[in-house]
Write a protein that binds this ligand. Structure first.
Ligand SMILES: Cc1cc2nc3c(=O)[nH]c(=O)nc-3n(C[C@H](O)[C@H](O)[C@H](O)COP(=O)(O)OP(=O)(O)OC[C@H]3O[C@@H](n4cnc5c(N)ncnc54)[C@H](O)[C@@H]3O)c2cc1C
Length: 483
């Protein structure tokens, strides 16, 4: 349950957004009005996760998820801009920054006077971050940075960028990556033009250019050469907050679908009274319940490793869920769903990118499958508490015994295990939340998700390593095949 402070803050945010945030106007102008960002700053939203000692509210990740969820019910561009600041934008500084760096930047970040951005992606390095080409080298007491970055959220108005760079030789690591803090005024650094996007048009997305940019050495964040380890923690926060935004977007779409199907009459009855429509709405609500449960279960994980794994599942489950919910809500509106004024077409466009950014889902699913196998190998056989958990355990066990260590070189198998794991984690979170509340509706929603998860696990477990048909369809020779 959220604390009284968070309930009050969420309520204030709701009242402010209902009055000042117009998602369609933001979409049409492709910009969040200045006064909206200032209003959100006055509410204190940009400082909620920052330490109290530096002007923040010191709230938890779980608290921040409630706020981002609320913002996304009104506008996804606003939710992404604020969520990025609270997660990817400032988490590195809060966790790994020095006392001097904290004093220099946290106070203005907490008031929203400075907005934060975060940059790893490059033209040649998207899903594969091991290939960063933006390089920082030491020149006396300075760092010289050269390279190009892509798709930086908040890029146009950020006052502080956390940037991942390659730092060969720095910190004793031969190859290593590090994080550096960059300000727009830094010599040799320029923010590039705005991208034109399918959705989230109000959020800013720009490239960055470093041309022998000169940074004082104190701009290094944390230990040099430890970039990958720090990124893992920062991305866990970012993905959890982004998942909360997906929940808010889905909640808005479900409310609209419920209202419409109650009011619209066809075949002499409200649509809501039709069996197929009832099933659809029930499944939508159950999915949303599981999404929220998984986000909250994830946000409460304190151990870095547990948070990292759970945030993979939350990110995939919630982004896929939001896309599916938005699409179903459009369907239930019929032609009206296809009309921009209804507001659902915008949700559909806005949420599409959540399956791509902060790690493309297919990549994350393979990571999730890998970590699930590794965990089971480490922990040994476990007592499974129900049929669903047993089905997942059997699937993982069959992969290990059939393919031994070769399974770690079979991405399609790991991906399938990732899908199964994601659903089992969501079902587990939904069941725990339902047992906690003891609400009959919650218990029914958890049962529905468990049923769906069983189907997903069975389908995933039917995956085959035989890819000969795919190769034939694509006209490719199979690796190792002789003609
Ligand atoms: C609106 C927007 C905002 C963004 N904001 C930021 C930001 O603030 N900071 C930042 O650093 N980046 C940001 N990004 C970039 C985003 O994180 C990347 O786009 C994302 O990580 C995917 O990289 P890519 O686009 O290069 O896709 P690629 O790596 O080229 O992959 C393309 C597709 O190939 C498939 N694929 C790739 N690898 C695998 C694999 N191993 N297994 C299976 N399938 C695979 C997937 O289907 C994937 O979607 C943003 C992007 C957008 C669109």
């Amino acid at each position: 349950m959220p604390s009284d402070v968070v309930v009050a803050l969420t309520e204030q945010t709701r009242r402010y957004c209902a009055k000042e945030v117009n998602a369609q106007a933001i979409d049409a102008a492709a910009k969040i009005p200045r006064h909206v960002l200032e209003g959100l700053a006055e509410l204190g939203l940009f400082g909620i996760t920052l330490p109290e000692a530096h002007g923040g509210a010191g709230l938890t990740l779980s608290d921040a998820c409630h706020v981002v969820d609320e913002l996304a019910r009104f506008d996804r561009s606003v939710a992404v801009s604020v969520g990025l600041h609270l997660g990817l934008g400032t988490r590195g500084l809060v966790r790994y920054g020095s006392a001097g760096q904290h004093v220099q930047w946290l106070p203005s970040l907490a008031t929203g006077q400075t907005i934060a951005a975060f940059s790893t992606t490059e033209p040649g390095a998207g899903s594969d971050l091991s290939t960063l080409r933006t390089v920082a080298t030491e020149k006396g007491e300075q760092l010289s940075v050269t390279g190009e970055k892509s798709y930086v959220t908040n890029g146009a108005f950020a006052g502080l960028f956390t940037v991942a760079v390659s730092t060969p030789g720095l910190g004793g690591a031969q190859r290593g990556q590090s994080l550096v803090l960059v300000e727009p005024k830094d010599r040799g650094f320029t923010v590039q033009r705005e991208e034109h996007k399918l959705g989230l048009k109000g959020s800013s997305t720009t490239g960055l250019l470093f041309e022998d940019a000169q940074l004082p050495r104190e701009r290094l964040l944390g230990e040099p050469g430890q970039g990958a380890r720090m990124l893992s923690h920062i991305l866990s926060w970012g993905r959890t907050l982004m998942s909360a935004g997906c929940c808010g977007a889905a909640a808005y779409a479900i409310d609209k679908a419920t209202e419409h199907t109650t009011q619209r009459t066809q075949f002499g009855r409200p649509l809501f009274a039709l069996d197929v429509v009832k099933e659809r709405l029930a499944r939508l609500r159950a999915r949303h319940f599981a999404m929220e449960a998984l986000v909250q279960a994830t946000a409460k994980k304190e151990q870095d490793e547990a948070l990292a794994v759970s945030s993979l599942a939350a990110k995939v489950f919630c982004s896929e869920g939001a896309g599916w919910v938005a699409d179903e809500a459009v369907q239930l509106h019929g032609a009206l769903g296809f009309i921009e004024d209804t507001g659902l077409a915008l949700v559909l466009r806005d949420v599409r990118v959540t399956r791509i950014f902060e790690g493309a889902n297919d990549v994350l699913l393979t990571h999730l499958g890998t970590s699930e196998l590794a965990r089971r190998a480490q922990e040994g056989p476990q007592h499974s508490i129900n049929e669903l958990e047993s089905a997942l355990a059997d699937f993982a066990q069959s992969l290990s015994s059939k393919y031994k260590l070769r399974v770690f070189r079979a991405p399609r198998l790991l991906h399938a295990l990732g899908v199964a794991t994601e659903w089992v984690m969501a079902s587990r979170a939904a069941t725990d939340r339902a047992h906690e509340s003891q609400s009959a509706t919650h218990l029914a929603m958890a049962r529905l998700i468990e049923q769906e998860a069983r189907v997903v696990v069975a389908q995933a477990a039917a995956v085959s390593v035989d890819d000969s048909l795919f190769h034939q369809v694509l006209g490719l020779e199979r690796p190792g095949a002789t003609s």
